[in-house]
Design a protein around this ligand. Structure first.
Ligand code: PHE
Length: 362
């Protein structure tokens, strides 16, 4: 055996041992560059072919080629083995045993107020209402003035308003909104009719007993177009209340009332049964007041840049907490905001069952 052939053999042994021992793609690549790269040991031997005698070349050339081939094949094979092992590991780590018993992650419950808001958004959403929002801290203009409350009028006091400290020189005081009606104003100021919206959120009045908390929730509805009437208001409310309480024989009673921002105004009672110490909506001879409503006052439209000669519409407002109490049977509103985990567990809703046509609201 010539010296060169011996060199070749030992080079081959050395390379295949190192390839076999390589632990990852990077070390494999280093070996490839060292052997087959431009400056590599195999490539260097290739270059010596030119200076050989024809006989030598005839004997040595094929061996060298075979070496080159076997080294690159070994590297490819090893690479493929690495890829397969990686895939194997990934599959193992992602394995899912569908025979294991289901364990629900512990994620608490949905508060009844949130649940009812979802239900109402659903119900009014299906009737073509969009959802608008406004801030809890409102200007006096949006909360009162634009809504046709005369200045210094006792109606402002009637709302048991929380006033903020004056922050400007004119002494204008912001308020914690006493109702969601200022979102009517915000919507009319930014959007041209037709308007068909609801708004849900926190409202504040300085009041506290078993059916009143200083912070509570309201839903507001506003429809402005060229033809909407008291009859439309009535049919929308009847449909919504039926859907919400999931009873067909809902009776509503519209009683004349006064709100500065609607004319005419009506308070609405829902028929119920109070016998047995529980309120049941639907059957029965009793009435329960649940909302305020009316045709939007022309002054309100004017204050919001809408021509009352051309447009008209209706508005309504309801207490969300009251709606939740009536549907889900809680009798003390204050417990809503105590953050008592036992209460939340009992009255809360599963986060996996959002209200929809199949669950909660039909
Ligand atoms: N904002 C009124 C309230 O809080 C309810 C209401 C809304 C009445 C819209 C009429 C129209 O009492």
């Amino acid at each position: 055996m010539t010296a060169k052939a011996a060199d070749l053999q030992s080079l081959e042994r050395d390379l295949s041992a190192r390839i076999a021992a390589a632990s990852d793609d990077a070390s494999l690549e280093a070996i490839r560059v060292e052997a087959l790269g431009k400056q590599g040991s195999v490539s260097a031997l290739m270059k010596t072919l030119g200076s050989m005698s024809p006989d030598e070349r005839k004997q040595f050339g094929p061996k060298l080629n075979a070496l080159k081939e076997s080294v690159s094949e070994a590297i490819l094979a090893k690479k493929a083995a690495f890829a397969e092992a990686a895939l194997e590991a990934q599959l193992k780590s992602e394995a899912l045993d569908v025979t294991l018993p289901p364990v629900r992650p512990r994620v608490g419950t949905i508060h009844p107020v949130s649940q009812v808001m979802e239900e109402l958004a659903r119900i009014f959403g299906e009737m073509g209402f969009t959802v608008e929002e406004g801030p809890d801290i409102e200007t006096d203009f949006n909360n009162f003035t634009a809504l046709n409350f005369p200045s210094k009028h006792p109606a402002r006091e009637m709302h048991d308003t929380f006033f903020m400290n004056a922050t400007d020189e004119a002494g204008a005081r912001k308020v914690l909104r006493t109702h969601t009606s200022p979102v009517q104003v915000r919507t009319m100021l930014k959007q041209k009719p037709p308007i068909r919206m609801i708004c849900m959120g926190r409202t504040y009045r300085c009041d506290s007993d078993s059916t009143h908390t200083p912070m509570f929730h309201q839903i507001e509805g506003l429809v402005i177009d060229e033809t909407s009437s008291m009859a439309d208001l009535k049919s929308v409310l009847i449909a919504a209340i039926k859907a919400y309480f999931e009873v067909d024989d809902v009776r509503l009673r519209f009683r004349p009332h006064h709100f500065p921002f609607t004319e005419p105004s009506a308070e609405v009672d829902v028929g119920c049964d109070r016998s047995g110490g529980q309120i049941r909506i639907g059957a029965g001879a009793d009435w329960l007041e649940i909302l305020g409503s009316g045709m939007v006052h022309p002054n309100v439209l004017r204050n919001c840049g809408i021509d009352p000669e051309k447009y008209q519409g209706y508005a309504f407002g309801m207490g969300i907490d009251r709606l939740a109490m009536l549907k889900y049977g809680m009798n003390d509103l204050r417990a809503f905001f105590d953050a008592d985990v036992r209460w939340l567990k009992h009255y809360g809703f599963s986060p996996y069952l959002l209200p929809g046509l199949a669950a909660g609201v039909g």
